[in-house]
Design a protein around this ligand. Structure first.
Ligand SMILES: Cc1cc2nc3c(=O)[nH]c(=O)nc-3n(C[C@H](O)[C@H](O)[C@H](O)COP(=O)(O)OP(=O)(O)OC[C@H]3O[C@@H](n4cnc5c(N)ncnc54)[C@H](O)[C@@H]3O)c2cc1C
Length: 350
């Protein structure tokens, strides 16, 4: 069986590790080869659940525990002190540890920029499996005409010298039309970022001005797909094609976090392959497990974006009056919206 995995990010490497563990050959191709980890653009925020899952694979340490979140509805700040803490990791460290483990377990990582011609070449081999773990601008998805993402936001991210009086919280600025703007201390730097449907450079400038901060280096830009493609796995002639991670859109529409969901999708994918199931089965399994969760997250994202700019402070006051910040702090789950149920609400009210 030829199993070609495109992309050495977490989705590709975890899939490769899972296959190796079960005695299969796994070959990963990445345009940056063993240095793929150096190019990851990410804030490195993980829920406790996510951190624990990654720690089952590699000895990943967190660099910070985040205990307080300030959500800014325009100029109205609402504080959330969640029971479940968030953790900041060094994303480069995570990817490096994964790649090292993959290679030391016998996996092959080939330095190659994959083109559509290469993908077609793989598809002509006997009984081929092609795994597109090549991020949001997926060559595999383009080659096999997978539907485009319906929602994709542009990100701008910058690391600045830490201002002296900066407090330790994570700040989320909701009124950016897209996902949100953010700022939080990371090691000795302050990370400021924006994920927006508008011009990320302009929006980042606006956010820095609002925070009274100045550029000291250049921002980096990237994209975040919010939620899955309409289709992310199929059989084309004899070729079984599976998209996973950002390539498929396995990214939370509430926060743009994709690490934990890449891991979950990689596990569903390997289970599918090891049991000789079809790409359609893989997509079906993912939708059964995550479909409702992701649709609810997308609804939350749309509701926030629907608020007119001038009404954000009012929305913040309503949010606080109905003690939604306390509810989120007590019952919230960063990965799963199923905590939004009547049982939890009654429990909280009583
Ligand atoms: C600004 C920003 C902040 C984020 N913050 C967080 C966060 O705090 N927490 C969180 O959970 N998630 C966060 N994310 C999302 C997270 O980074 C992604 O969900 C995650 O990287 C997805 O992993 P992946 O393996 O699917 O794709 P990627 O990490 O993008 O890996 C894809 C790999 O494919 C390779 N590749 C692409 N095209 C080709 C080609 N043609 N040929 C060969 N190789 C190719 C690339 O080199 C890369 O190594 C953030 C994203 C952004 C943009």
């Amino acid at each position: 069986m030829v199993m070609a995995i495109m992309g050495a990010g977490p989705a590709g490497i975890i899939t490769g590790l899972n296959l190796l563990k079960e005695g299969h050959n796994a070959v990963v191709y990445d345009r940056f080869g063993e240095n793929a980890w150096k190019h990851a653009k990410c804030s490195g925020i993980l829920s406790e659940k996510a951190l624990k899952e990654f720690q089952k694979i590699v000895p990943l340490k967190h660099i910070k525990t985040q205990t307080r979140l300030n959500v800014w509805f325009g100029n109205k700040k609402v504080e959330i002190t969640p029971k479940q803490h968030a953790y900041v990791i060094d994303r480069h460290e995570l990817d490096r540890l994964l790649v090292e483990k993959f290679i030391s377990s016998g996996g092959k990582l080939i330095h190659k920029n994959i083109t559509p011609q290469d993908v077609i070449h793989f598809s002509k081999q006997a009984n081929p499996y092609i795994i597109g773990a090549d991020g949001p601008v997926s060559t595999v998805a383009q080659t096999f005409n997978f539907p485009r993402f319906t929602h994709i936001f542009k990100t701008g991210q910058i690391f600045l010298d830490m201002p002296e009086d900066y407090d330790d919280s994570v700040n989320l600025f909701l009124d950016c039309k897209g996902l949100f703007g953010w700022s939080f201390p990371k090691k000795d730097k302050l990370e400021v970022g924006i994920a927006t449907e508008k011009n990320p450079s302009k929006e980042l400038k606006k956010l820095l001005k609002r925070l009274n901060l100045k550029y000291t280096n250049s921002p980096t830009y990237h994209i975040i797909p919010l939620g899955p493609r309409k289709k992310f796995a199929k059989t084309d002639n004899n070729t079984q094609i599976f998209l996973v991670g950002d390539a498929a859109g396995h990214v939370k529409p509430t926060t743009g976090g994709g690490l934990f969901h890449s891991l979950i999708a990689s596990n569903i994918l390997t289970h599918t392959i090891l049991n000789n199931n079809t790409p359609e089965y893989y997509e079906d399994m993912w939708r059964k497990k995550q479909g409702l969760n992701f649709s609810t997250m997308r609804l939350i994202n749309r509701t926030i974006n629907f608020i007119p700019d001038s009404l954000y402070p009012l929305a913040g006051s309503v949010f606080e009056t109905f003690k939604m910040n306390k509810f989120l702090a007590e019952k919230g789950d960063m990965e799963d919206t199923r905590f939004l149920n009547i049982h939890n609400l009654i429990d909280f009210i009583l």
